[in-house]
Design a protein around this ligand. Sequence first.
Ligand SMILES: Cc1ncc(C[n+]2csc(CCOP(=O)(O)OP(=O)(O)O)c2C)c(N)n1
Length: 326
Amino acid sequence: MSDNIRTEIRIKLFKELVCVRKTEQTLAERYKQQEMRTPTHFGIGQEAVAVGVCSALNRDDVVYSHHRSHNHYLAKGGSVYGLAAELFGRETGCSKGRGGSVHLTCREEGFIASSAILGETAAAAVGSALSISMDGAKQIAGAFFGDAVLEEGIFYESVNYASINNLPALLVCENNGFATESPLSVRQPSGIDFCKRVEAFGATALSIDGNDVEAVYNAAQKAISHIRSGKGPFFLHCITYRWCEHVGPFFDHEMDRTYRTKEDVEAWMEKCPIKRSRAKLIIDEIASSDQLDEWEAEIQSSIDDDISRAYSDPWPNPADIFENVC
Ligand SMILES: Cc1ncc(C[n+]2csc(CCOP(=O)(O)OP(=O)(O)O)c2C)c(N)n1
């Protein structure tokens, strides 16, 4: 899958994966100190989807995301500093401290909004794609969402509408196998094929390994060229796995939850997107293990600086608290 990706892009994909992972891990540790008063859904383990897709999009393409949105915000160009300040509730946060983890935005980079209402962002992206199409513009509107959205009627209405109007919509499902603590097996018929289901509404669909950043990047390129050539919406079904609890910074086994085991999670950690990306770069002699370590350390240091700067920023002024809220 990697042979047709240019070396500098492969390196960029690796660095972005590391930035997203380390930002979330550092924020998850800080979260335990009880200074972030926002429910927070970490996407640790799922980074390859956000990084692979957003790296294939242009800066002026727009994306929407759901409750587990840090990865998408960062991969689309949102800053670590703006995310950290938002989680600390500071005036300098990307949503001026009014939104919290589930309401991120960075419009200048095309990350329009995230929202916790399941299915809403698929509809918002299709609405955005309609507006792009009516303007005769060339952008793409994308939405990221989890497998639970495949159980929401508005998703199918949105795909149907995008298909019949040939809209430039990229719908990306991060199938991590769970909706909170309910596995797919109790929610859908066995052997369910989401791609076939979405194809029935007229969209083109592709299922991929969502833990292989280069495979995601290649698939996203394919989807994007399909959409830009005017062939209508594309559904990308990415198989991945969430490492932490549904909401919060801990592992499920640390909280004595039984809907999945520590071993289940560890088996998926073996398929870690960063581990896999590192191994490929070393095998293909693009970077040595020492070089990769050095890049990781530089990225961590920059994240630490951004997070401490965000922490020392001011709170919003209570007198202005209703400003910037719609
Ligand atoms: C319309 C709606 N119904 C129910 C909920 C409650 N809820 C919040 S997250 C969640 C599960 C989401 O699972 P999925 O979409 O697969 O994403 P994941 O959390 O696995 O990333 C549910 C049911 C909601 N936010 N919105």
